[in-house]
Design a protein around this ligand. Structure first.
Ligand SMILES: Cc1cc2nc3c(=O)[nH]c(=O)nc-3n(C[C@H](O)[C@H](O)[C@H](O)COP(=O)(O)OP(=O)(O)OC[C@H]3O[C@@H](n4cnc5c(N)ncnc54)[C@H](O)[C@@H]3O)c2cc1C
Length: 406
């Protein structure tokens, strides 16, 4: 028998769990938030020291709570984001217990039972807010190379963490690109394996990328209109925020590679896809510029032309004649950073609702199981669902749904 009963249990004490608590409080719904470690844990322990928030300060907000800053166009440190989420927690004052992990969630005759160390809690409703990026994905390609220092981006901290020598960064999404930039600036020789990616400008025609996304209503795109691509944009808020340009990286000394396919006896085989991947990234970038240009023209807006955004550096040798093999020892590569993304990890939910890919079946966060909800997942209801500034709308809709079940 569960020791405790609550109307609504929220699992996870990140921005989503706290926002959910705020929305439930506003509707007078009794609830409890459980967080396995600390508030905003992933920002504390799963991000590197030099990571800057990728959204400009003016766009950062949580429901009824503004982000304090002195430079609207600047980009915040991770420490400032943690402080902001902590301040939001103080503002919401949620009924929260930290250091309590839900190890199993199951159904019983009246609702749900969450198992925790030494006991269990019964709830009529459960909101799972355990994050969009839960489990580091890392290929096993180099598992048989014990002499190599290997770390996933979620455990990378700073260049000093790595042994002397060159670094192979695998994955050129936002994490891989920013870490490459950081290592290069720290004087490291870097090899960057570039797979398929969606590259976007940091700024265009006088405005930040997120200003355009909001102005054009793109960040409100409903999940039903999501395109086939599951790639996240390659952007950076580091060093004042700048566009990631892989040719610029190469000009600064980075060796670009295609996808790493196999590794044997310290020699990597590289797929012949670098040129195509860079071309696809360029095409995505150019398409975005065209969409903004069309929007400006259609609205008759006054934004200065931006020829710099269209400058294309010459192809570096590593792009015009890409390497097909890399000998780790010959290149003195002593560490590998896997910037290969994240997956979901919801196997502790002992209720059959996950699809073949391990994702929960739901519509806008309302699962097929009455009383079970998800919040904060990518594209939960719209593009901005997992953004700091986007989670509040979904939380309000779920709180309304829960209130209607009372
Ligand atoms: C490298 C990187 C950079 C990013 N940069 C940005 C950015 O610039 N801007 C932006 O908007 N987003 C960014 N994000 C995404 C952002 O981190 C997430 O969208 C955000 O953290 C999601 O908040 P959340 O509350 O949904 O989930 P999380 O922050 O993941 O919080 C989930 C919480 O649930 C807890 N938890 C998990 N399982 C359990 C359990 N079983 N029981 C109890 N508690 C549990 C965890 O400890 C965690 O504290 C970035 C992500 C990464 C990986």
């Amino acid at each position: 028998m569960p020791e405790e009963t609550i109307d609504t249990l929220v699992i996870g004490g990140g921005q989503a769990g706290l926002t959910m608590s705020h929305r439930l409080k506003q509707r007078g719904i009794a609830h409890l938030v459980l967080e396995r470690r600390r508030i905003a844990e992933r920002w504390r322990s799963e991000r590197w020291d030099g990571l800057m928030f990728q959204f400009p300060n003016w766009s950062v907000r949580l429901p009824e709570f503004a982000f304090p800053h002195s430079d609207p166009d600047g980009f915040s440190t991770t420490a400032a984001i943690i402080a902001f989420i902590e301040a939001y927690a103080a503002f919401v004052a949620p009924p929260i217990r930290c250091g309590v992990e839900v190890t199993r969630l199951r159904r019983d005759a009246t609702g749900f039972v969450a198992e925790i160390a030494g006991g269990s809690i019964a709830a009529r409703n459960v909101v799972v807010a355990t994050g969009p990026y839960q489990r580091p994905l890392r290929p096993e390609l180099l598992d048989e190379h014990p002499g190599l220092f290997q770390v996933h981006a979620s455990s990378y901290k700073n260049p000093a963490q790595l042994p002397d020598g060159a670094v192979l960064v695998v994955g050129a999404g936002a994490s891989g690109a920013q870490i490459t930039d950081e290592l290069m600036r720290a004087g490291r020789r870097v090899f960057l394996s570039v797979g398929r990616h969606n590259r976007l400008p940091r700024r265009y025609r006088g405005r930040d990328l997120f200003w355009w996304l909001a102005e054009m209503g793109v960040d409100e795109t409903p999940v039903e209109q999501r395109g086939p691509s599951r790639l996240l944009p390659v952007i950076s808020g580091a060093h004042g925020g700048h566009t990631i340009d892989f040719r610029r990286f190469a000009a600064d000394g980075v060796t670009l590679l295609g996808r790493v396919t196999t590794a044997r006896d310290g020699v990597l085989e590289i797929a012949p896809d670098l040129t195509t991947n860079i071309a696809n990234g360029d095409a995505y970038y150019a398409t975005f510029l065209g969409i903004v240009d069309d929007f400006i023209a259609a609205r008759g807006l006054d934004h200065p032309d931006d020829p710099v955004a269209r400058i294309r550096l010459p192809d570096p040798p590593c792009l015009s004649a890409p390497l097909r093999t890399v000998d780790l020892r010959a290149e003195r590569i002593s560490s590998v950073i896997w910037a290969t993304g994240y997956g979901l990890d919801l196997n502790w939910i002992d209720i059959p609702l996950l699809d073949a890919g391990g994702a929960p079946r739901h519509r806008h966060g309302v699962s097929d199981v009455p009383g079970l909800y998800f919040l904060g997942l990518q594209w939960l209801s719209k593009m901005k669902s997992s953004f700091l500034s986007g989670v509040g709308d979904d939380a309000a809709a779920l709180a309304d749904h829960i209130a209607a079940r009372s």
